[in-house]
Design a protein. Structure first.
Length: 639
């Protein structure tokens, strides 16, 4: 959103430099750049209340004495008798209609300075009298309105959810094929407005309009989100409605609309109708001790109250959240408001002293066991510490980073299953994963923390010729873990595939235990593997499928094998991501070796067989140049 500094300067009771204003906006969390004395804001999606001049002025009131009130029409407005039916109250609980009629020849040729500056300083295009005012109101107060030429509406207006496929012609003359669920206004069974997005050509205002019906509504964001993108409609209204508007601003907005019309023309009639469900402001208990505990501060009661009042909150034994602040829910949100105003930089650092519950020996046992797992081809998984899964012992997070994951994880099994399925769907046929993580549970109002180890396996034992054709089973796992885990077999379970969304057939084995079940025997283990010199910390996982090719060579002289392996295992191609020996057989009678290589091709797009075959043919040509190396057959496998 762009705001000329002049719009703010004109509201200040004392002159403040643009640089100082800029610093305050950054302190409040509103990132921006300044270009030719115009602020260009990048506002976060949860602060829809700031996508207006009025919203930003409300924020600055925490620091400056300024006038953020706008002239409105204060005379009584008679009731409008309008034939309106709201069949979608859930998605639009608050809506008003304003009818204005003006003298045809009374519109002034030049707009007043405040309105003209909106077009001049921001480079906006004038369209027609009522549409210009509607656009300005949206910019000034943050509430979109829609103007219908009242002479083009002579029947009932109905707001409803439509699930039928219909054609809608926008006021920009774009023909849109509506599909799925859409919130629409209809009149005479014709769509006159795709609610919250754009009106129709059939009822739009033009330079000759002198009688207008202005719709001012609050739409539930879930009814608007994604529609402008789906139908490729550039809509400032949708941008605001998706982020939620103020459901209680309609009377002020419409009275402001009337005032601007009166500033530029002669009114002949004004009428208003309001359809609104009961609105109850959110209440949060006043708890200064918790705010100071969250922030690590010692804010006084008077200062805290003053901060909230300047931001529009009402304060008593409860804090009444203003209707425009839909993002405020908990004490954590209120603490953030306080921190923004006093400045995060002014909050002192407090050193955290966390004592590990693990002894040095326990930590060493965990470290040795991880080394043992890595040496045996297992990959460590690090999962998000939050979860959407709830149980009776789950710990609820007051202010989660992700609203879909509002609990601390109290189990790791489900996460490892998800990891396994994700990799199997990407053609990984040997799953050997483990996770060592802290989980949290609430019991008798106390939160306990424990370190758990989870291991999940499925598919081939490995990618070498000795284990490629053998699947992991209970005997294999027992041979690996029974020495280092107490009562290993009693903790091992098989996960049934018919309970999962998977077409794979290989068995899944899982074990989960506390790390104190690791035996002291592990302390004698000496690791084999080391981190690679060029350690890759991050590797993108593509959604496109891999393509596999198998080549089985016959080598008549044993000394040629090293040359062949060096050629193939070091072969470079942008689409070749993995090569390994999956089969090996030495015929003592003929002294001939059969050696099979598996190639995995992958890209960030869908590969064609021709692209893969080109690389494979190049490998074959180079390989059979060696004496005593032949290719008895070519095996193809694509997934």
């Amino acid at each position: 959103m762009k705001v000329p500094y002049k719009f703010i300067f004109d509201r200040l009771k004392e002159p403040i430099s643009i640089d100082e204003i800029s610093d305050k906006f950054f302190q409040l969390g509103h990132e921006h750049t300044i270009d030719d004395d115009v602020f260009d804001f990048e506002l976060t999606p949860n602060r829809g209340d700031c996508i207006s001049l009025n919203g930003l002025l409300r924020e600055l009131k925490s620091f400056y004495d300024l006038n953020n009130e706008f002239n409105i029409y204060n005379k009584p407005i008679p009731d409008l008798e309008i034939n309106f039916s709201n069949k979608a109250v859930r998605y639009c609980p608050h809506i008003s209609f304003l009818k204005i009629e003006i003298n045809k020849n009374s519109i002034k040729k030049n707009y007043k300075d405040y309105l003209n500056d909106y077009f001049l300083l921001l480079g906006n295009k004038k369209i027609n009298f009522f549409t210009d005012i509607s656009n300005y109101i949206s910019y000034e107060l943050g509430q979109p309105t829609h103007c219908y030429d009242s002479t083009k509406i002579n029947d009932e207006i109905v707001l409803e959810i439509s699930e039928s496929e219909e054609t809608f012609t926008t006021l920009l003359d774009n023909k849109i094929e509506l599909s799925d669920k859409n919130l629409i206004f209809k009149s005479k069974n014709e769509i006159i407005n795709l609610a919250g997005i754009m009106g129709s050509k059939s009822t739009m205002c033009d330079e000759n309009t002198i009688s207008v019906i202005i719709e001012c509504a609050y739409f539930n964001p879930e009814a608007i989100i994604g529609k402008s993108l789906k139908y490729d409609l550039q809509s400032d209204a949708a941008h605001k409605f998706e982020r939620s508007t103020d459901p209680m601003c309609h009377e002020i907005v419409l009275r402001r609309f009337v005032q601007i019309v009166e500033d530029h023309s002669e009114l002949t009639n004004v009428e208003i109708a309001t359809f609104s469900e009961n609105y109850v402001n959110k209440k949060i208990p006043f708890d200064l001790d918790k705010i100071n505990k969250i922030l690590g501060t010692n804010i006084s009661e008077d200062k805290y109250k003053n901060i909230l009042k300047n931001l529009g909150f009402k304060v008593s034994e409860f804090i009444i959240v203003p209707s425009w602040r839909n993002d405020i829910e908990t004490q954590n949100d209120l603490s953030e408001e306080a921190a923004r105003v006093i400045g995060y930089d002014t909050i002192g650092n407090t050193e955290l002293n966390i004592t590990s519950q693990n002894s040095g020996e326990t930590n060493l046992k965990e470290k040795r066991f991880v080394e043992y797992l890595v040496d045996n081809g297992f990959n460590e998984i690090v999962n998000f510490p939050f979860s959407h899964l709830e149980s009776k012992n789950s710990v609820l997070i007051d202010n989660p980073i992700d609203s879909t994951k509002s609990f601390l994880r109290d189990r790791i099994k489900e996460s490892l299953i998800d990891n396994m399925l994700y990799n199997e769907r990407r053609q990984q046929d040997s799953i050997k994963f483990f996770e060592m993580s802290e989980i949290y549970k609430k019991e008798q109002n106390k939160i306990s923390k424990v370190t758990k180890l989870g291991i999940i396996v499925s598919g081939r034992k490995g990618k070498d010729y000795k284990s490629f054709n053998k699947n992991m089973d209970q005997a294999y796992l027992t041979s690996i873990f029974s020495k280092f885990i107490d009562n290993f077999e009693s903790n091992l379970i098989e996960i049934k595939r018919d309970e999962l969304q998977t077409k794979k057939k290989s068995k899944i084995f899982y074990i989960e235990l506390t790390t104190n079940k690791i035996t002291d025997e592990i302390l004698n283990y000496k690791k084999i593997s080391n981190k690679p010199t060029n350690f890759a910390k991050f590797k993108t996982v593509h959604d496109y499928p891999s393509i596999f090719r198998d080549l089985s060579f016959s080598v008549k002289k044993f000394e040629e094998i090293e040359k062949l392996e060096k050629l193939i295992l070091n072969f470079k191609s942008d689409i070749l991501h993995e090569v390994f020996v999956f089969d090996y057989f030495f015929n003592e009678n003929t002294q001939e070796v059969k050696i099979g290589f598996r190639f995995r091709f992958h890209s960030d797009r869908t590969l064609t067989d021709d692209e893969v075959d080109k690389v494979v043919n190049d490998i074959i040509i180079r390989a059979i140049e060696f004496k005593n190396v032949t290719l008895p057959g070519l095996i193809n496998e694509s997934n």
